[in-house]
Ligand binder design. Sequence first.
Ligand code: SF4
Ligand code: SF4
Length: 388
Amino acid sequence: MISAEEVKELSSRCVKCGLCLASCPVYQEILTEEASPRGRVQLAKHIFHGQEEKSSGVSEKLAEAFYLCTSCNACSVSCPSQIKPTEVIQEGREEIFAAGGAPEPVKAVKENILNTANVYAAKKEDRTAVYPAALRERIGAKGPRKADTVLFLGCVASYLDMKIVPSFIKIMDAAKVDYTLFAEEELCCGLPLYVMGDKENFRKNAKEVIDMIKKTGAREIVTPCAGCYKTFRKYYPEVGDMGVQIYHSVHYILKLIEMKALDFDLKTNKKVTYHDPCDLGRTFEIFDEPREVLKAVLEHEPLELERSRLLARCCGGGGSVTAVGPELAAEMAKTRIKDAEEVGAEVIVSGCSTCKDNLRKGLKLIPKAERPKIRVKDITEIVAEAIT
Ligand code: SF4
Ligand code: SF4
């Protein structure tokens, strides 16, 4: 939490150097000052100290400036004045949300989560449609049994993707992990609520998820979603202790590889590059683990994108941008696909279901005649494909 005074102090530190402009994926697409980290920091001052603006309601334009941010944190990494624009912008969204000024698509996402426990207003029965049939049969309708490990799959992998969940399960089964899942009862982790600035509902949702996890008696939780992982590690401690060790799938798979619990006899000889998801890379500096996992399943070293690790270009899938500006989110992903094309990659792999979904949209945006022959995959897929 940053106070209004801190926002004022932080924004006064801006020396207008513009270094954050080059790193901001949104600014790089729309090139307007209000879409730049620098511009948003100055606008935050206005929200916190412009009484006139607050009493007359937040203008659509002002709200858009704050919600068209992927929360990628690239600006904070590049700012020499250590302003942390990402945090200032998050505070701005909380103020705007409280004043009722959040854009309509953001409010719709909130309603979806509150009414259906997922971002898409999908039926809870459909959460398990992507599970392998044997797993569905094993789980039945009894709810989660007690186990050492709980798998938390996330809304994107469960509802929008056909491959991440079956691949993740295949790896866990191959390593004979004793796991349980919430199946139809799994809830959204609540990251969209946090990002939109709805702290009250975020807290309520987080408390429910924490209670569910505690009831399983598990000692560890594993998720293939970088967003869920970030939420559990960074935001849930504000609400309560989950009482479990938190793993992203890349950590867990690397642990299984080191324990020699997995055999890879179908390594791929394709040219593969890794896209660092902001929620793993810049947030937790998880850079080496996914590359180590890839080395174990590839014939050749993974290719490095020109902008990678701490300076990785955001794919555009984070924050509220997919809700408020879906075309803009896909444009940013298209730019990232072009990065992969430049290094001659045949496959771009990520460790985040949202990155995968958005990168696929970016690829489709390129006209067929010019579209590079690049496949977009999650790291769980490429690992599962190497297992017979
Ligand atoms: S967090 Fe990312 S998208 Fe948001 S202002 Fe900073 S660089 Fe731009
Ligand atoms: S990098 Fe920091 S100091 Fe420079 S313009 Fe951006 S916000 Fe201001």
